[in-house]
Design a protein around this ligand. Structure first.
Ligand code: BGC
Length: 775
């Protein structure tokens, strides 16, 4: 038997069995995006006139490299005639390698691509770019703090502002599609992409990603305006917890966790109208995600009734045979992917992929109906974006790189930098003699992280006008000396490689000052180049901090890093610790204002900061991970000893919580809403902002419950002495979990709600189990 057909049969069987087990009794599916008759009519009209070759071409996305001129500063008309004329390719992505361009340059080459596509195929091309924290590939656009920082603000407004500015500026460059937001749960700090997500919590992630999705696309996914763009939510799904900690390696995730935690942010965004999703490069429980028909077709397209488009990640169809060995060759891999539910293949350097698709249809290995379905999804996206009427557009973008966008980015940086320790040294008086040191002190590159002008991040080369931490401190404080001690020297192309020959000089300089600000962390990285074998802060940087502390001068540790590097042995040497993560171009200025006390800290960690390499936990751990609370009959050596917990962050003022109360009865059923409120008072002498976090704990459940789960958050601002009452409405469904049988269940019994150290009990009076897998 044809091996492709055998595989197909096996997959269909798995899907049928899963559907029989889980969703046969499902009520009629409500479409995630309400279809629009005019959009659908246009799609059908275009589809009707298309040849098989044209259909195949629409399902392929290539890199800009294939249509770029030799000197890579423009597109080549002859190459475009081949790519669009011969292959009928439907999409192009990326920037020309390491050549970040400005808005005008980008717009100019995308216009030429559109003209060629219209002339050769009569169908507009869809151009896609990795805009990750603002218009990250435009040298004159606005960058925001990375998602991990916005997670630390616990302020939805910043997710909205970043999404709006990103869409606006990307559209201004004639690009209608961003590969954002990222919503891989960053639950393993070893993984080099933790900073691309909003942290470790599914609820925080869902809220921020949903808000950003709406901000990018606008409120009507059927009609995306000229100030909005289509999202590609990514990477669907479970990408953030590779078993080895290394990028693009296998994950093993229990099915209940997959559905309850990892699926949630995607589900929220699909239902908020996300038009496309990019698939996880790796695998879950042995199944490469690009071949996972159950997830791609079953969970997303069928169970959610989602009519959007699934695009692969970079060359990941090839990985099905070159890396994962679930297909013997390209033909098998393409069939496997498309039959599993892939609609567009990001095959950056292989236009022949179009011919492979044609051939697979002719041999019957991909049903024509599946091709038509995928093409409809591609065309629907283009119609929804208005590309048929306006393949290019003349429209004014007066807000491009505006002061307002810059101010939002600065404000977000202020709220995202987290004060983790302060033994009375901050805020600084301003008159101190300060030594600024460390490899991250004078680097815009590290303030921004990856996906900043270039893939691996290279802000210093493109935007020298912004202030590094050193420059910002020099501008704010009168007596600032600088001796880096350790520098990143990029030996052998390794960006993390360090030259520590300056340590003695920095230590000598420290003797003559009143306070040391040591800026340590990591150089930038993105994806696989960020893999590493030791989560500890580098030995050189630890040696620098130890040498500085030995002078007896107070050390303020500034952590500028994309993941929590372990500092358990040097943290006691510091009088204060601030984690700035990747606050972007205004992050140095924000830090200076915070250290000076011109502004107050209000960021809180969106992840658990580990203390020991063998104790990597998330805040929603199981009781048995904690020695002190586990009890039981064995002398377990479990330990939950972390450096700083999720949600931790200090302020220059104090907040008191009181009057945590229920508004309504303590007994509830599945359809009810729980309404609670809490009073928060600023009891200190400075104005401040506070992220109010509400948790629930299921005290007894049929699966070991997590100790607590975040169920609500609000950011409030309080003047000294001021009080505010914060109200939360928690649908009782939020307290449901996915049981061992894969079904959502809300169980009878007691729950504890907690907020700011206060608690109250509520009780579910009935157990309810849902047949529908994805409530
Ligand atoms: C990354 C994606 C990115 C894509 C296109 C891949 O290597 O995993 O996040 O969107 O490249 O640049």
């Amino acid at each position: 038997m044809n091996p492709i057909k055998t595989l197909l049969k096996a997959l269909s069987f798995t899907l049928a069995a899963a559907l029989a087990a889980g969703c046969c009794n499902s009520p009629k599916v409500t479409p995630a995006i309400e279809p629009d008759a005019r959009v659908e009519a246009k799609v059908e009209q275009v589809l009707k006139g298309m040849t098989l070759e044209e259909k195949a071409g629409q399902l392929v996305q290539l890199s800009i490299d294939l249509v770029a001129c030799e000197d890579r500063d423009d597109v080549d008309p002859a190459k475009m005639d081949v790519i669009f004329g011969k292959y009928k390719v439907g999409s192009i992505l990326n920037v020309m390698h390491d050549r970040a361009l400005d808005r005008e340059q980008t717009a100019a080459f995308i216009r030429k691509i559109q003209e060629s596509s219209m002339r050769n195929i009569g169908i507009p091309c869809i151009y896609g770019l990795d805009m990750i924290h603002g218009a990250s590939y435009l040298t004159d656009g606005t960058l925001f703090p990375q998602e991990i920082n916005l997670g630390a603000t616990f302020n939805r407004d910043f997710a909205f502002e970043m999404g709006r500015a990103m869409a606006y500026e990307t559209r201004a460059a004639q690009c209608p599609w961003v590969f954002s937001p990222v919503m891989d749960l960053g639950r393993d700090p070893r993984w080099p992409r933790q900073w691309e997500s909003w942290g470790e919590d599914p609820y925080l992630q869902s809220e921020m990603a949903r808000v950003e999705t709406i901000a990018i696309q606008g409120s009507d996914p059927n009609h995306i305006g000229l100030e909005n763009a289509a999202v590609s939510i990514k990477h669907f799904m479970g990408y953030g917890v590779p078993h080895t900690g290394k990028d693009r390696t296998p994950a093993y995730i229990a099915e209940n966790d997959l559905r309850e935690k990892y699926f949630r942010p995607f589900k929220e965004c699909f239902q908020a109208g996300a038009l496309t999703a990019m698939v996880n490069s790796a695998s879950i429980n042995g199944v490469p995600t690009h071949a996972n028909q159950l997830l791609l077709t079953g969970w997303v397209k069928e169970q959610l009734g989602w009519d959007g488009m699934l695009v692969t990640d970079w060359a990941d169809i090839d990985n099905l045979f070159t890396r994962d060995h679930v297909a013997a060759d390209k033909r098998e891999a393409v069939a496997l992917g498309i039959n599993a539910g892939i609609d567009m293949i990001m095959d950056p350097y292989d236009p022949e992929c179009c011919n492979v698709i044609v051939d697979l249809v002719k041999s019957g290995d991909i049903p024509m109906a599946r091709i038509d379905d995928a093409v409809r999804r591609v065309l629907r996206l283009k119609v929804r974006l208005g590309l048929f009427e306006n393949p290019t557009w003349d429209y004014d973008y007066p807000e491009f790189a505006s002061k307002d966008f810059a101010k939002k980015s600065y404000d977000a940086a202020l709220e995202s930098e987290v004060l983790l320790k302060n033994e009375g040294i901050l805020p600084l008086k301003g008159t101190e003699r300060i030594l600024v040191t460390g490899p991250n002190a004078n680097s815009l590159r590290t303030l921004n992280g990856g996906w900043s002008y270039t893939w691996q991040g290279n802000a210093d080369a493109f935007v020298p006008q912004y202030n590094t931490i050193l420059e910002a401190l020099q501008a704010r404080f009168p007596k600032v000396a600088y001796a880096p001690g350790v520098v990143y020297d990029n030996v052998g192309g390794n960006w993390q490689s360090e030259d520590a020959s300056g340590i003695a000089q920095a230590v000598a300089a420290a003797r003559g000052v009143d306070v040391i600000i040591a800026c340590v962390g990591e150089n930038t990285y993105c994806e696989t180049p960020g893999n590493m074998d030791d989560l500890n802060l580098s030995a050189n940087q630890k040696a620098l901090v130890k040498g500085l502390a030995a002078t007896g001068k107070p050390v303020i540790l500034v952590l500028n890093e994309g993941r929590p590097r372990i500092i358990g042995d040097i943290e006691p040497l510091a009088k204060a610790v601030v984690d700035v993560m990747y606050p972007s171009n205004w992050g140095g200025d924000a830090l200076a204002a915070l250290l000076a006390g011109d502004e107050n800290f209000s960021g809180k960690l969106p992840f658990t900061y580990p203390k020991h390499i063998n104790s990597l936990h998330t805040y929603d751990y199981k009781v048995s991970e904690h020695r002190e609370v586990m009890g039981g009959s064995y002398n377990y050596d479990a330990i939950m000893d972390v450096q700083w917990p999720f949600g931790f962050g200090l302020s220059y003022t104090d907040f008191a919580y009181s009057d945590f109360q229920l508004e309504g009865p303590a007994d509830f059923k599945a359809g009810d809403d729980l309404k609670v409120s809490v009073k928060v008072t600023n009891t200190g002498s400075r104005a401040g902002k506070e992220a109010v976090l509400l948790y629930s704990s299921d005290l007894v459940a049929s699966l070991i419950p997590d100790v607590k789960r975040l169920r609500g958050f609000e950011k409030i601002a309080l003047e000294p002495g001021e009080s505010k009452t914060v109200s939360f409405v928690i649908p009782a469904l939020e307290l449901a979990f996915v049981g061992a049988d894969g079904k959502w269940r809300l169980e009878q019994g007691d729950f504890r709600l907690s907020c700011g150290g206060l608690g109250l009990m509520v009780r579910c009076t009935e157990t309810k189990v849902w047949e529908t897998p994805n409530i």
